[in-house]
Design a protein around this ligand. Structure first.
Ligand SMILES: [Fe+2]
Ligand SMILES: [Fe+2]
Length: 200
């Protein structure tokens, strides 16, 4: 079923900060650009990018009660950091309240907070665009990863995960417990395609 983007934009305008709303528009545009490059459905990529942070508007304790209402699984990591649920919760809201039935869009929205091992290209694109869209603050290595996004999606996902780990650790925070194994998984996928040594 086609999503009513006007209605969803209205909702986002009412619930998200201005910064978060502008980030969402930037992720939509960058996701569409990457989708065009990779031969992935551009309109779907735009929609998934636009909506990925639909539920980035709740207080920590609210995430847990909304997750219960929408039947979103809540693991130990989510109990420690309920904001991790904003991706899975947005996918559940889109599916249950807006009748979105495209599994690629739902996967992309669900997995943008914590990626899954064998995501489709659309989900990889939105994960990458979320981290590398042009309104994000500048950091070293950003342009290199943007170039990699046009060459190898798996290697770029691995690069984004590596950046997340080093960034969090540099601020004394603990990355999600799955991050290290996901990083190895996506590095190995890139290596398998490109030959040993080419996966970074
Ligand atoms: Fe997010
Ligand atoms: Fe985001």
């Amino acid at each position: 079923m086609a999503l009513d983007l006007d209605e969803l934009r209205q909702r986002m305008n009412n619930t998200l900060s201005r910064h978060r709303y502008e980030h969402s528009e930037a992720v939509a545009a960058y996701s569409a650009e990457l989708a065009r490059h990779w031969g992935v459905d551009e309109k779907l990529a735009y929609e998934a990018g636009l909506l990925h942070d639909l539920m980035h508007c709740l207080q920590p304790e609210e995430y847990l009660s909304w997750a219960l209402v929408y039947g979103v699984p809540c693991d130990h990591a989510a109990l420690e950091d309920p904001q991790l649920l904003h991706g899975p919760l947005a996918a559940a809201v889109l599916e249950q309240d807006y009748y979105c039935d495209d599994p690629r869009l739902l996967e992309a929205v669900r997995c943008h907070t914590v990626p899954e091992p064998d995501m489709g290209d659309l989900a990889k694109i939105v994960f990458i665009a979320d981290m590398l869209e042009p309104t994000r603050p500048v950091w070293e290595g950003q342009d290199e990863l943007r170039r990699l996004a046009l060459v190898d999606l798996d290697a770029c996902v691995a690069g984004c995960l590596e950046r997340t780990m080093t960034y969090l650790e540099s601020r004394g925070k603990t990355p999600h417990p799955d991050t290290a194994s996901l990083l190895e998984h996506y590095r190995a996928k890139a290596r398998a395609k490109n030959g040993a040594g080419a996966s970074r």
